[in-house]
Design a protein around this ligand. Structure first.
Ligand code: THU
Length: 157
């Protein structure tokens, strides 16, 4: 037996102003996307934006439903819309933010496992690491590749 450690590299930016231009623009798109959130149950508004290899930005927001499992997270709403409308165009990056009462949360939210699994699929299709930005009104975290968010990911089919 050998004990091993997984090391997860990521970047932390102190504020949106500190981000490289392309990341800042995508994060601002994610912030704008929160306007499309339909969250009458949680009142937690999540916005996401995907940048495709051709520069197209596709937004998504969480959509809730009285039959709870029928709703969908912002990240998957954005990714499925991007894939459905621009089939086969590689995903370059994805930004996510959470807000409540019209105010960004002070710390980054973290995508659920199901969204990470979906990210992994599109990253594999693109055959290059997807940059993931988790934004807030405070720090912003940036990960180069889904493996950083979901080590030992299932992608074996
Ligand atoms: N939610 C997202 O949209 N993305 C996440 O990464 C976590 C949670 C949504 C689902 C639900 O509408 C609300 O936030 C509360 O869980």
């Amino acid at each position: 037996m050998e004990k091993k450690t997984i090391n997860i590299p990521y970047e932390e930016y102190a504020s949106i102003a500190e981000l490289p231009d392309a990341d800042r623009a995508l994060l601002e798109a994610a912030i704008d996307a929160t306007k499309g959130s339909y969250a009458p149950y949680s009142h937690f508004n999540v916005g996401a934006a995907v940048r495709l290899a051709d520069g197209t930005v596709v937004k998504g927001a969480n959509q809730e439903n009285a039959a709870f499992p029928s709703g969908l997270c912002a990240e998957r709403t954005a990714m499925f819309a991007a894939s459905a409308n621009y089939p086969g165009v590689a995903f370059e990056s994805l930004a996510v933010v959470c807000s409540r009462d019209g105010k960004l949360m002070p710390n980054p939210g973290s995508p659920c496992g199901a969204c990470r699994q979906v990210m992994a699929q599109y990253e594999r299709e693109a055959d290059k690491p997807m940059r993931i930005l988790l934004g807030s009104s405070g720090p912003i975290l940036a990960f180069d590749g889904v493996e950083s968010l979901m080590p030992l990911i299932f992608n074996d089919l």
